[in-house]
Ligand binder design. Sequence first.
Ligand code: NAD
Length: 485
Amino acid sequence: MNPISFDTTGVCIAGVWRAAASRQTLPVRNPSDGTRLAEIARGGAADVDAAVQAARHALDAGQWGKMSAAERGRVLMRMSAQVLEQADELARLEALDVGKPVKQGKADALALARYLEFYGGAADKVTGQTIPFANGYTALTLREPHGVTGHIVPWNYPMQIIGRSLGAALAMGNACVLKPAEEACLTALAFARIAHEAGLPAGALNVVPGLGEEAGAALSAHPGVAHLSFTGSVAVGQLIQAAAAKNVVPVTLELGGKSPQIVFADADLDAALPFLVNAGIQNCGQTCSAASRILVERSLFDEVVQRMAARYQALRVGPAVDDLDVGPLISDSQRDTVQRYLALAREGGLNVAAQTRLPAGLPAGGFYVAPTLVANVPAQHRLAQEEVFGPVQVVIPFDSEADALAIANGTRYGLVAGVWTRDGSRALRMARRLQCGQVFINNYGAGGGIELPFGGVKHSGHGREKGFEALYAFSSVKTIAIKHD
Ligand code: NAD
């Protein structure tokens, strides 16, 4: 039986599904067993051009451009309600497509609904200013949509990233073209159907699946796109920023990370422990904000390694639909990458403190890798510097607050950080000095934090999504100065 109940082979332009101009499709594999899951459209430059034109039309002549902010908010609220209604089905689809346990897919679907609710509620709350200026003038600012916005998203959290990026862009009145990832885009396709069923006007959201170097590159270079939002790798982010520079348009880059959780000797270890491990293995480690480095004050080091190791031994790995702790990686090439890093650890004589045992009987074609904890890793080792994007955590000892800070800030990334301590002053000192976009004190991830601005510094990117901040990113300011008597 086909596990997918709708036709996945189209591009969506002006609310109509049709074959890509190339007439070609791309296969999608189920990471849990390697079988073919679906075919998706191989969109390209012609489809992107049609999508951008449809979006422009929706703004200039369509129903979307005529809607008030409150009406746009209501549409987003209806979309949210329908996502909630279909959350179980979306979770199942995401589990099949990405290989993540169903409970994580469900969390993602609920987050998508919450983003739409948050931005639906915010649509008519973004105001400009009146500005004290010279006598005889009244000066004010308007917040205006950019126009057509391009959204290029990865495969690891399609629903969450679509929610935060499209939710904010639509709330501000932009018309969007979405290029989902070729590895996993089934929930993006399902979401576009839900959006239109919920009454999103034609052309407000257009979807062009396809390869990054084809559909993605065409979208980032299109002169009709007024803002680009990109979530993905540093290398592709650099290409996107170069393309945006050519067209002189703003770009939001949400890139990778090598995020630390820093555990001081006075930390509440019982509270910290679940976060230390879960934030490393969630989504099989394929999370931009994964806590891939655990920095521990030396007096507590052995105990933390021991207790983390015990959790690694207890992790259960299996197919996404079995809904265990860890599923497969997204692809065979991602598995090869992770295995190369593990080989590096072995060849370098690093201390593998724990490796989860893969159960017998895993589907042979699945992209499984054993979650691995590596202790006492030198801070400059590649394993402690590079984003592995798999269930691999390194544990690094430190001797002082200054030492912890230097190690934490000592990579090219700066996405998020966690600090575990009972000393409030130290927590705030660390929070101010850590080079990153989000700091979590005595927690990690804040449960996804839809309301909390998110993004990086250094090679983790620039610009912010999530929270109210994204509404500013997806709009620009127009100043009006009126001369009167
Ligand atoms: P990727 O950069 O390979 O792909 C991301 C998207 O870009 C996909 O849709 C892909 O098709 C497209 N793309 C690829 N080449 C392109 C090109 N030449 N022009 C335009 N588009 C192109 O990234 P990935 O490997 O799929 O995702 C993993 C990376 O994403 C990791 O580094 C991870 O940390 C990062 N990420 C960051 C965040 C964040 O919020 N900061 C969230 C999730 C993932």
